[in-house]
Design a protein around this ligand. Structure first.
Ligand SMILES: O=C(CO)[C@H](O)[C@H](O)COP(=O)(O)O
Length: 228
């Protein structure tokens, strides 16, 4: 049996083959992406990276990976990111690393999105992983109460000093402990209607390819994409 970290590394090692010299590449956030960044640096790939967090920018700087501002590139060829949970429809939950806002902006501006996950993250229905919702600090207590009244089991994410964690965008994260999300589309639409919600971690119809690292790697490809 291989470890979860080894599975993440395997997925990242497959994903690096989708990158070619000269590409503009969206770079996600998290421990799985860390393995990807190491592989990019090791292979000396000449890419222009568009990062999804300060953390990823810092790692790129330390590995010598060139980074560009999202507003200074005219396209993003492919984005490679991790995910916290994926379902059989290739939808997912992201934001465990509190980078969901920038991750979604980069994903939505990419020609192709590839996720790299280990096989423990694949479930029939989303919701095992608490759903992160990024909110404006002002009035976040009202949103907590509203979500609680609706039975969404919200918890404000805290750091080790018991202070609300603050995202790169200056927002808070409320995690919804749902266990099972029967209708992700409905929940996404409800969250998008709430004033004070900046973004949520439901990434529906975003991934084109999911590389699942495990004893045997699995590659899933979306056949037909819904258009917005
Ligand atoms: O969405 C994310 C960060 O906001 C990450 O992609 C997600 O949390 C997966 O992280 P890891 O690769 O460390 O398991």
């Amino acid at each position: 049996m291989i470890t979860q970290d080894e599975k993440k590394k395997r997925a990242a090692e497959v994903a690096v083959n989708y990158i070619k010299d000269g590409m503009v590449v969206g770079l996600g956030t998290g421990s799985t992406v860390m393995y990807l960044l190491e592989a990019i640096a090791r292979q000396g790939l000449k890419i222009s990276g568009v990062t999804t967090s300060k953390k990823t920018s810092k790692i790129c700087a330390s590995l010598g990976i060139k980074v560009n501002d999202i507003d200074n590139v005219d396209h993003i060829d492919v984005t490679i990111d991790g995910a916290d949970e994926v379902d059989v429809y290739m939808n997912g939950i992201k934001g465990g690393g509190a980078a969901l806002l920038m991750e979604k902006i980069v994903a939505k501006n990419s020609k192709r999105n590839i996720w790299i996950v280990d096989d423990t993250k694949v479930h029939d229905i989303l919701g095992t992983f608490p759903l992160p919702v990024e909110v404006v600090p002002y009035g976040s207590g009202r949103l907590l109460k509203k979500f609680n009244d609706k039975g969404l089991k919200p918890i404000l994410r805290m750091d080790k000093n018991k202070l609300p964690i603050v995202t790169d965008g200056g927002h808070y994260i409320i995690d919804l402990h749902l266990n099972a999300i029967d209708n992700p589309q409905n929940l996404a639409e409800y969250l998008e209607r709430q004033v004070g919600v900046v973004e949520h971690g439901l990434f529906l119809d975003v991934a084109d390819v999911i590389i699942i690292g495990g004893d045997k790697n699995i590659i899933k490809e979306r056949k037909n994409r819904m258009t917005e």
